[in-house]
Ligand binder design. Structure first.
Ligand code: GLN
Length: 473
């Protein structure tokens, strides 16, 4: 077995037992990248030289007998919409293809403080808008389980790199499912934390009221370890919550007897592939056999979740992306006659078609004539969804369903039809709208041998419970 195939907690133990060294781990990861990434294309950029240097330094500290944090010497891949000081952060957009941030995102500072080693920056849908990573301006990432299929998105590069053992851990961002859906399609674990638990400072904004950074890992234990490392209040993010965080690895106990599971019928209805449904329900039966109680119920407003999401997310995106004007930073058109033409040409040339679609949709729903009819109504409906989840959590400890209505689809299958692509977010967007946490765990494969993921949703700030259930799956 190669070191790159192991988890962070396994490698951590081996490092402390002096069975292996940090440079051996890092070299194993880059060997795997050199072998596979020509096909998979998970990475936009790599940090090999720097990573090997850091590995040697970290090993010295292990050799000196220092008591180091859990992520010391562990390689990690970062989605390329999270700012890394001195390392290009492109958002997979022509607009930012040469952007080198002068500062680190708070999560990066935290990882560095732990001694984690950045392997490289991973591919995504441009500005995290998409569900297949086909919207990257640079290349399409492929699913390690079948190279003809998409890895999901928008954190497709992060999920594929973890699934292909081209890294040990990864960070993604999730606005409407972009951590959980690619994790599901690639057969790995993805955790979307409660809104406000992880700082968004340095995450390039897509839809600020929905965006969260979170772990993509090989197992649940690694997700808990990585979440421990990145959570916490940050004065640079006004929406970050000041609270005491437990040690999330304490959630990793066997046994779920007495657990109350709710199954919303909306997650098992029309549009959800029957094989996916079957595999999820079989897993739920297993949880029942382990002592959980299971009840079907209904969250009627979930039927509006996709419409709410695409109105709110596009509205916020149109505002957030107004900063790319060719003046302050990022791409600028070659030549323009006056300021208006500079804006027009820069934005026409710099953004891809999906980003333009969202900006137009967002500008439309925020315009004075339509604000009340769309944006304001979507905000009201958002409150409804929140209330229905709150009510559900008075009865259930967790809510379970599929992460994605289908397993990985073929490259090109949905890219011509944006509405069909949006439908693949149907199970994940309600969670972002409500601001609550959810985890996707791999639970098997379909008849085409493609991974199926199950989504476990918890109440706000109750990552402990969803991690515990995930650990028992
Ligand atoms: N697929 C969804 C979208 O296209 C979610 C994206 C995300 O979570 N960043 O908006």
């Amino acid at each position: 077995m190669e070191l790159c195939e192991l988890t962070a907690h396994e490698l951590g133990k081996m490092l402390r037992n002096k069975e292996i060294t940090v440079p051996q781990i890092v070299e194993s990861v880059y060997k795997s990248i050199e072998l596979k990434d020509n096909d998979i294309k998970a990475y936009i950029s790599l940090q090999k030289e720097e990573a090997l240097k850091e590995a040697a330094e970290m090993q010295k500290r292990f050799d000196a007998g220092e008591d180091l944090p859990p992520l010391a010497g562990i390689p990690i891949t970062i989605k390329d919409n999270i700012c890394t000081k001195g390392i290009k952060t492109t958002c997979a957009s022509k607009m930012l293809q040469d952007f080198v941030p002068p500062y680190d995102a708070t999560v990066i500072e935290k990882l560095k403080a732990q001694g984690a080693i950045i392997v490289g920056k991973s591919n995504l849908d441009e500005f995290a808008m998409g569900g297949s990573t086909e919207n990257s301006a640079f290349m399409k990432t492929r699913n390690p389980h079948n190279l003809e299929c998409v890895p999901g998105g928008s954190s497709g590069g992060s999920a594929a790199s973890v699934a292909a053992n081209e890294t040990i851990l990864a960070l993604g961002s999730d606005t409407g499912g972009s951590i959980r859906q690619p994790a599901s399609l690639c057969g790995v674990v993805g955790l979307k934390p409660t809104y406000g638990t992880v700082s968004r400072f340095g995450l390039v904004a897509f839809a600020s009221s929905l965006d969260q950074i979170g772990p993509i890992t090989k197992d649940v234990e690694d997700a808990a370890i990585l979440f421990n490392a990145i959570c916490g209040h940050d004065e640079h993010d006004a929406t970050s919550v000041s609270m005491e965080h437990p040690d999330y690895t304490k959630a990793l106990e066997k046994g779920i007897s007495g657990l109350k599971i709710g199954l919303p019928k909306e997650f098992f209805g029309e549009g959800i592939n029957s094989e996916v449904k079957e595999i999820v329900l079989k897993k739920v039966e297993e949880l029942k056999a382990k002592g959980a109680t299971v009840e079907e119920f209904s969250i009627p407003s979930i039927d509006y979740a996709l419409s709410i999401y695409y109105i709110l997310a596009s509205a916020e995106a149109s505002s957030n992306l107004s900063r790319y004007d060719g003046v302050k930073y990022g791409y600028r058109t070659e030549s323009a006659d006056g300021l208006n033409e500079l804006y027009e040409k820069t934005r026409s040339e710099g953004f891809g078609p999906e980003v333009k679609r969202r900006i137009m949709l967002g500008t439309y729903v925020l315009s004075s004539g339509y604000y009340d009819a769309y944006y304001k109504k979507a905000l009201k409906a958002r409150t409804l969804i929140r209330q229905e989840f709150d009510k559900a959590f008075t009865k259930y400890d967790v809510i379970i369903g599929p992460t994605s209505p289908t397993t990985a689809f073929k490259i090109g299958e949905k890219s011509e039809n944006p509405l069909e692509m949006y439908l693949s977010d149907v199970c994940t967007v309600p969670v972002n709208i409500a601001g609550i946490p959810a985890i996707s765990v791999p639970i098997g494969t379909d008849s085409k041998n493609l991974p199926v993921g199950m989504q476990i949703i918890g109440k706000a700030f109750d990552e402990m419970t969803i991690l515990k259930v995930a650990y028992n799956v």
